[in-house]
Design a protein around this ligand. Structure first.
Ligand code: MG
Length: 124
């Protein structure tokens, strides 16, 4: 599985990459905002999963989801919004725009694993 990690925080990107590594997923790429992520989809894809932060300068996570879903259906790439509790009401909007799941920050490796299982991306 190839995973695109989209977050303006380098620390969060590193934490996510390490969590995926613990789950045996080593094929990850990173992007710092929505525009960067769209470029990564074009240049480094296909990805089976995108982990997407909400608040980012430039193009935010919501706009990225809207843009990505104009060309990539959920069957080809799952999108998980990484969100804080204060952004939880916005998650509904992202799900309506084509995100598949959300992961609440701060998260555990076990929480990430269970989301991946729910999406059928890793075996139980
Ligand atoms: Mg952010």
């Amino acid at each position: 599985m190839r995973v695109l990690i989209v977050d303006d925080s380098r620390a969060i990107r590193a934490i996510l990459a390490r969590a995926f590594k613990e789950l045996g997923v080593t094929d990850t790429a990173e992007a710092a905002d929505g525009k960067d992520a769209l470029a990564a989809l074009a240049a480094k894809g296909p990805f089976q999963l995108a982990m997407v932060d909400w608040n980012m300068p430039g193009m935010n996570g919501y706009d990225f989801v809207v843009q990505a879903r104009t060309t990539i259906p959920s069957a080809d790439m799952k999108i998980v919004m990484c969100t804080t509790e204060t952004e939880i009401e916005q998650v509904t909007k992202a799900l309506e725009a084509g995100a598949d799941e959300y992961l609440m920050k701060p998260f555990t490796v076990a929480a990430l694993q269970s989301k991946l299982e729910m999406l059928g991306l890793v075996g139980n």
